[in-house]
Design a protein around this ligand. Sequence first.
Ligand code: HEC
Length: 98
Amino acid sequence: MLRTLTIFTALIAGLAVTPAWAQKELPEGPGKQATVRVCTPCHGAEMFTATRLGKAEWDAKIANMTTERGTAISDADFATVLKYLSTYLAPETKQEGK
Ligand code: HEC
């Protein structure tokens, strides 16, 4: 019984390890800092690390965060964040950021 329990616990612990596809970290690159600063006060980066959008969609997404959710963002930050997101979280980029 104890043995079964040990195996069971090990299985659960194994499940808790984050699978590769559930990427939580933003890829390294220019604009990452600004993106973290602008986009993570309300929710974590995991809200959008797995999202893959084209430039127009990211533009709309950031605009939506601004108008609907009250994100404060300067024009310079908007441009930096848009460039970062549409470069590193583009549809053609793989989840691993390669
Ligand atoms: C002022 C607070 C705030 C800031 C700053 C913010 N968000 Fe959000 N965001 C929200 C809220 C509220 C939700 C909805 C959360 C929920 O549905 O649980 C959300 C949801 C999202 C979602 C998932 C739902 C959707 O509409 O697609 C994405 C993607 C997202 N945010 C991206 C961003 C990005 C990118 C930035 C930076 C430009 C950002 N957020 C900055 C408040 C914010």
